[in-house]
Design a protein around this ligand. Structure first.
Ligand code: PMP
Length: 303
């Protein structure tokens, strides 16, 4: 266990053990907190630590703030400087994850928009090991994904994850690793903290951004990398039964990277182990985050 972690809270660098927010805060009571999970990867060649797609994460954080009615306490470039400062203060040697949250502190209600606060907390987290990767067992949840006219999944709001929690608890009780959500129209949506791709006859298929999903940065990255690898990419409405007939399935997200799925409900996907195209895409993803793809140098922000 890491003993000492320096985070940013209430405008200063503080030890995470002494970092406090209000017990009566709307963030604690109602999940009134928008956040981003960001990764920084160390280049195996140069040893430099680079944040992956920082601008896109910050833009999404600002979109979340705007939709939920928060005024971010910092602008984009101030936030970027704070993130760099916090990471440097911890002097990590490995790859890391960085959690950034804008939330309502104080003692108000779910209607409150102040006092607004921010934390930035880095956590050691290594990239996945392709050689150790196992395919997960998933089930289609009987819980329906939240929708744009109720609790928009496009907003990365803490409270949204309670929908994920119900589905996750059910999947675990059924002996699965994770659930897959259908949207209210019965079509494929996403998983609890990751989007989903199917591979069928060499085509890469994923639900639309309007299929009750978070507008995932990894999803967009995979679409670009898949296209460059010569795969045909289809962003479209996807039926549940297409899952069962897929050659390969993987989840994708900043934390999940690319996570293979080897079974959905009673149906084995391929031979039940991580698929060849999934692994090739993950290898390319690791090349991108490590700064080995010259054409995507702009995806990296050096610390
Ligand atoms: N969907 C949900 C609900 C998520 O929480 C995440 C993780 N942020 C994703 C999808 C994947 O998004 P991203 O690739 O931007 O991390």
């Amino acid at each position: 266990m890491r003993m000492k972690r320096t985070i940013w809270l209430s405008g200063a660098l503080v030890d995470s053990q002494s970092a406090m927010i209000g017990a009566l805060s709307p963030a604690a009571q109602f999940g009134l907190s928008v956040f981003e999970g960001i990764r920084a990867y160390r280049s195996e060649k140069t040893g430099a630590l680079n944040v992956f797609r920082l601008n896109e994460h910050l833009e999404r954080l600002f979109d979340s703030c705007s939709l939920v009615g928060f005024c971010s306490p910092y602008n984009m470039s101030e936030l970027e400087s704070i993130i760099k400062m916090v990471v440097r203060a911890n002097d990590y040697r490995s790859d890391i994850a960085i959690r950034v949250a804008v939330f309502v502190d104080g003692e108000g209600s779910w209607t409150s928009s102040e006092p607004i606060n921010l934390f930035v907390a880095p956590i050691e987290k290594c990239r996945s090991d392709i050689l150790q990767l196992k395919a997960l067992k998933a089930c289609v949840s009987s819980w329906v994904r939240i929708g744009d006219n109720s609790l928009p999944p496009r907003v990365k709001l803490g409270a949204n994850y309670i929908n994920s929690r119900y589905a996750y608890n059910q999947a675990k009780a059924f002996g699965c690793d994770l659930p897959i959500f259908l949207a209210s129209d019965g079509k494929l949506s996403e998983s609890t903290g990751a989007c989903i791709f199917l591979i069928k006859d060499g085509r890469l298929i994923t639900p639309l951004c309007t299929s009750s999903i978070l507008n995932s940065i990894t999803r967009e990255t995979v679409i670009v990398l898949g296209g460059e690898m010569g795969l045909l990419v289809e962003e479209r409405v996807v039926d549940r039964t297409e899952l069962y007939l897929a050659d390969e399935i993987f989840l994708c997200g900043t934390a999940a990277e690319l996570t293979p799925v080897g079974q959905v409900d009673q149906f084995k996907i391929g031979d039940g182990s991580p698929g060849k195209i999934t692994l090739a895409l993950l290898k390319q993803y690791h090349a991108a985050v490590s700064g080995e793809l010259e054409q995507h140098a702009s995806w990296l922000t050096p610390i």
